[in-house]
Design a protein around this ligand. Structure first.
Ligand code: FAD
Length: 284
């Protein structure tokens, strides 16, 4: 289980993948997993559509990751699943040998009515973790936010909710992507002070184009430090230089995190194994 990987005293490396939109694209994602597996990560995660629409694909990719002898982490969002659907899905995951779940609330899908949203079984991630902890034997990861979750009124309030997830049974955390390591160190210090002992993997996304930066920021609400905006101002118009600079930035972030004793690095390389190879090659 993933919680045991953090006990080995080494940095835990992981990659995030996402399932294909179309069934025809499965061979490509399997090839991505094959190539990521060759890099020897400790685990590979696979995302889940907030409304639960791609659950079958999430299951299929998680199962394929396991078949490569790598621990899989299946993301699971509660927002679109009532308790019975969640039970059913967890049974399927267990039947495929998946042992680890990243338990998330997810964001409200645009198609969801107020009535559906208000009557969901679990309002927050910690409620789902508490429930599944008592009904299943999975290892649970949860999300945390160096830049604060966009709905939380303050960092302190967000940390209280992070602590609730730990108390409900989260075995480890993975952060939202961030570009300012000081924010991660502040989160770690605050988590320590609040008695959160679960390890925290730092979520790092190499930004390889100015366009990708815009999408990532609007989706995650992550802040941009000056060094990063200076880099985009300098290289943004030149795709090749921007790519090199973005990868270099991620490598430097990771080297600094490792030097500070970070528990793990979760790479948001999003189905681009060549990026993973380049980054791991430079930091290992
Ligand atoms: P929660 O922990 O429930 O928190 C949501 C908000 O509610 C926070 O502001 C928190 O402070 C607040 N809160 C918590 N408890 C309470 C309470 N009792 N009272 C009041 N406020 C409370 N999304 C997907 O759709 N699919 C994915 O696969 C996916 N993978 C992700 C992987 C990682 C590593 C991360 C960091 C995020 C991922 N997301 C994914 C996005 C995630 O679903 C969103 O960030 C979502 O808005 C919050 O999910 P959560 O589990 O952190 O929610």
């Amino acid at each position: 289980m993933i919680r045991d990987l953090y006990k080995k005293g080494k940095v835990v490396y992981s990659f995030e993948t996402f399932p294909p939109k179309k069934d025809d694209d499965f061979p490509q994602i399997f090839e991505v997993v094959d190539r990521l597996a060759e890099l020897g990560p400790d685990f590979i995660s696979v995302t889940f559509g907030a409304g639960g629409s791609n659950s079958k694909k999430n299951l299929e990719v998680a199962s394929y990751i396991n078949s490569k002898g790598i621990e899989s982490l299946a993301h699971l969002t509660s927002v679109g699943l009532q308790k019975e659907a969640l039970d059913e899905y967890c049974e399927k995951l267990a039947a495929e040998g998946v042992q680890n779940i990243l338990a998330l609330r997810g964001d409200r899908p645009k198609t969801m009515t107020d009535e559906q949203y208000d009557s969901r079984s679990f309002h927050y991630a910690n409620e789902m973790i508490e429930y599944l902890k008592s009904t299943t034997s999975f290892c649970f990861g949860a999300a945390c936010y160096p830049d604060k979750h966009f709905e939380a009124p303050s960092m302190h309030e967000d940390l209280i909710h992070m602590r609730n997830k730990a108390r409900s049974g989260a075995d480890f955390f993975i952060t939202q992507l961030f570009f300012d390591n000081d924010k991660f160190y502040a989160l770690q210090d605050q988590a320590d002070l609040m008695g959160i002992e679960a390890p925290i993997s730092a979520g790092i996304m190499p930004i390889t184009s100015a366009k990708q930066l815009g999408t990532s920021i609007s989706l995650s609400g992550t802040s941009i430090p000056k060094a990063f905006s200076d880099m985009v101002a300098r290289y943004g118009d030149n795709p090749e230089d921007m790519r090199k600079a973005g990868i270099e930035y991620a490598i430097n972030q990771i080297k600094n995190l490792i030097a500070h004793g970070c528990d793990g690095i979760h790479l948001y390389t999003m189905n681009h194994p060549e990026l993973g190879a380049q980054i791991l090659g430079a930091v290992r």
